[in-house]
Write a protein that binds this ligand. Structure first.
Ligand code: GLU
Length: 447
């Protein structure tokens, strides 16, 4: 690595001793952008990389709420506003017991590149809490969301920072969060949060956007190899919002998703998660708050494999849609041994760096920063519709999503080729995302 990049990496490591996830993504990005950093000595002069790796600001706050028995609970809330050079901060909120500042920083850092790739005017942030939504009643969820927003509201706004959903935060939570923001500020600032319900300013196609976008991107990859999705089998992990959108679009296009998974194990459904009934059941499973994949196998009479991951199943395409680092070396070897040709990341950073390098040697790999950008891209379209106080048709939003995903693929392919990487979607996504942000940072001076 060149001397400037090595120095910055050493500084970032020294400054973040207890943030391994954040360091993992920084190292992965640095590998890709080296040729463009070499070409642009002004990046060092203007300390672009140093600034890129230190969030603009990060807040942590106490969230105090009471359960249905009247017992008081304390959770920790976060918002990391990473980079604001191309637009207001934008990124989801994650409620999950393993959320730490490290989780927030890695997600917000990745968001910088993802949001830039969309071509929309959105900076990067991420937030959330170590609150565990599992087994909570609706009223408990509401009280938690209200308590969380009672702290968060002072850091956000339609031109400041615009949260949305992520793991553990769906349309119900967005509704409660928005309601509390409106109550505190006594204004109808509709564009302060995205993923809203259709009755109060949401956008059509937003719920499906991350999954549909991933498949639009996948179609471009397949096209390059003279293939299409029809009759292909796909392994998916998880059964949340993103997995749901993937199943729905794959089914529409004549392919089939044959696995879903949860913390309890995975389901193998050789007929595919293809019928409306099966696809909507995924939503019910999520709404139930049980976080249990076995419910699907029980309902549809297919195989359930407890305490295992889906990657031993033989398929054409692997699409991890669950959690960070769910694919380490062991899983990557299984995927390669099964002859998977396309490894399409969907969840944020689902692959360890070691496994990612290995997979790149054996399959076509697409990075989550690009593949799952459809979610936040449609969030940006929701913000536009809110500012016009007017809603576009489903067809219009879906067409725009399709265009955005195709463009993300094209700019990634071009960027990698120009930097001498050949056909490398991982490097290309990182480079294309980086260049736009770096340009804007230099243009706006040392701030
Ligand atoms: N959580 C999603 C993501 O990681 C969506 C963010 C958004 O819509 O702002 O991109």
């Amino acid at each position: 690595m060149n001397a400037y990049m090595q120095r910055v990496l050493d500084e970032v490591k020294a400054r973040n001793p207890s943030e391994p996830l954040f360091l993992q993504t920084v190292e992965e990005v640095f590998k890709s952008i080296e040729p463009v950093v070499e070409k642009h000595p002004e990046y060092e002069k203007y300390a672009v990389l140093e600034r890129l790796c230190e969030p603009d600001r990060q807040v942590a706050f106490r969230v105090v709420w009471t359960d249905d028995e009247g017992k008081t609970h304390i959770n920790r809330g976060f918002r990391v506003q990473f980079n604001g050079s191309i637009g207001p901060y934008k990124g989801g909120l994650r409620f999950a017991p393993n959320v730490t500042l490290d989780t927030m920083k890695f997600l917000a850092f990745e968001q910088t590149f993802k949001n830039s790739l969309t071509g929309m005017p959105i900076g990067s942030s991420k937030g959330g809490s170590d609150f565990d939504p599992r087994g909570k009643s609706d009223m408990e969820i509401m009280r938690f969301c209200q308590a969380f927003m009672t702290e968060l509201w002072r850091y956000i706004g339609p031109d400041v920072d615009v949260p949305a959903g992520d793991i553990g935060v769906g349309s119900r939570e967005i509704g409660y969060l928005y309601g509390q923001y409106k109550r505190i500020k006594a204004v109808w600032e509709n564009g302060v949060i995205t993923g809203k319900g259709l009755s109060y300013g949401g956008s059509l196609v937003r719920p499906e956007a991350a999954g549909y976008g991933a498949i639009y991107y996948l179609c471009e990859v397949l096209k390059r190899f003279g293939e299409d999705i029809k009759d292909k089998t796909v392994a998916v992990s998880g059964f949340g919002n993103v997995a749901w959108g993937v199943c729905k679009k794959v089914a529409q296009m004549g392919g089939k998703v044959v696995t879903i998974s949860g913390p309890d194990g995975y389901c193998y459904d050789p007929d595919g998660v293809v019928t409306d009934e099966k696809i909507s059941y995924l939503l019910k499973m999520r709404e139930s708050g049980r976080d249990r994949a076995q419910d699907y196998a029980d309902k549809f009479g297919c195989e359930f494999v407890p305490k295992s991951k889906v990657w031993g199943v033989k398929v054409d395409i692997a699409m991890p849609c669950a959690y960070q680092n769910e694919i380490g070396m062991a899983e990557a070897q299984q995927i390669v041994a099964n002859g998977v040709k396309y490894y399409i990341e969907v969840a944020n950073m689902p692959t360890t760096n070691e496994a990612l390098n290995y997979l790149k040697e054996h399959c076509v790999v697409a990075p989550s920063k690009a593949v799952n950008a459809g979610g936040v891209a449609i969030s940006a379209l929701e913000m536009i519709q809110n500012s016009m106080r007017y809603n576009w048709t489903e067809e219009k939003v879906d067409n725009k999503l399709h265009q955005i995903m195709t463009s993300i693929y094209d700019v990634s392919v071009d960027a990698a080729e120009q930097a001498g990487f050949g056909y490398d979607l991982v490097a290309g996504g990182n480079i294309a995302g980086f260049l736009r942000v770096a340009d804007a940072m230099i243009a706006q001076g040392i701030v």
